[in-house]
Structures are given as structure tokens and as C-alpha cells.
Design a protein. Sequence first.
Length: 233
Amino acid sequence: MEKYGFIYIWYDRKHKRYYVGRHWGTKDDGYICSSTNMRNNYVNRPSDFKRKIVSIVDSKENLVIEEQKWLNMIKPSELNNRYYNKTQKATTPSTLGYKHSAQTIEKIRNSNKLVKRSDETREKNRQATKRQFDNPKARNLASIKQSKVWTNLEYREHMSIVHRGKRSPLSQETKDKIRKAQIGKPRKPHSEEAKNKVREANKNKIYINNGIVTKQHSALEQIPVGFIRGRIR
């Protein structure tokens, strides 16, 4: 069956909550949603949920734009409250690897401009972010997730290419200021525990490059085609 895009709204009659989402596929392919919280509730009590398809779209690009229109109807105070949705951004979950046309990017940008958040809402968002990173468990969880992402060599190479040339080089004057600021400052020695962690992390690791990108690689695995051992000089 040919795939198509559609916007759907789930209704949880037990808790009187909604979820707005998008999907590219068919209405009968078994897809539920991308929200872990809502999906877990659905799995535990599917009879409490009812889905309504509110819009059908013919392309993936227009699907994102259409979802943004529906998300814009949600009040910021209703996020993660009356709605299972936690954000009004239609670009989440990540669309890494998918390239929108310049016209579509402009449409999405203009669509997001319609969302006006009060100073109170902005302050709530800032405080929520602050609480998240003040919590050691939350910081540790975020660190673990990020570490797992960066173990993917293809992802690391992709990010290296994406960000290459974006960072402005430091002027000689700035370099001299940084160098002078560091003169006379004693370096804090690493603890033996920290040293052991670094040794363990770099155990059986080598550097390889393809003339463009340098990355770490397991010494126990065969070097990929197109790469040689060593860093780019």
C-alpha cells in the first residue's frame, strides 16, 4: 500500500489528555506515537484511547508544516499537562539526515514566528532547564545518552563535516590574551581515579583518518576502507 502523511490526535478519556502527532505511513500500520509516556499508557490501557486523523498530507515536507499548524493551537501552559506533547516544535523527534528545501525551511520559520510566548512562560522554561541540570541524576542520564550517541562513528563523522568551518578562528590578539591569562596559574593535578578512567577509555583505541576526518577506532577491528592509521597533520 502506498504511504502518505497524516496528522492525528489521540484522546485519553481516563485522564482527559490529548496528543498531537504526525506519521508517514498508513493509518493501519500499527504506529502509535513518538511519545514514550503516552505510548506506555496506551500499551497498559488501550481501551481508554481513541485516535482521530485530522489531516492527510501528500509529502513529508508539507507534513512537518501541517503538524506545526496544529501544535501552534496548543497553549504553552497545556504542554505536558492537558496534552502529552512536551514541545510545540514540529521538528522533534530529530529529522537528522533529512534535508528540507529552502522554501520549506522558510515556511517552517514563518510558522514558528506565529508562536508568541509570554515572559512568564519563558521564565518557566528557563527554570525547568535549570532544575534539570541542577539534578545530578538528570545530568548523569543526559551524559549517558550523549555518550551513546557519540559511539556511533558515522554520526561523529557527519557532525564533523556539518560543523567544519563554522567556528570562527581566534585572532592572534585573543590567543595572546588567553596565553597570558594562563601564565602562573597552577594546573590542578588529575586524581589517580581520573587517570585510570582516561586510560580505560582509550584502551585499545587508535586514530584513523581518510584525509578529511580524523576519528578514533578500535584497534581490535579492521580499519575501514579509505582510512589509514594516524591523525591528519
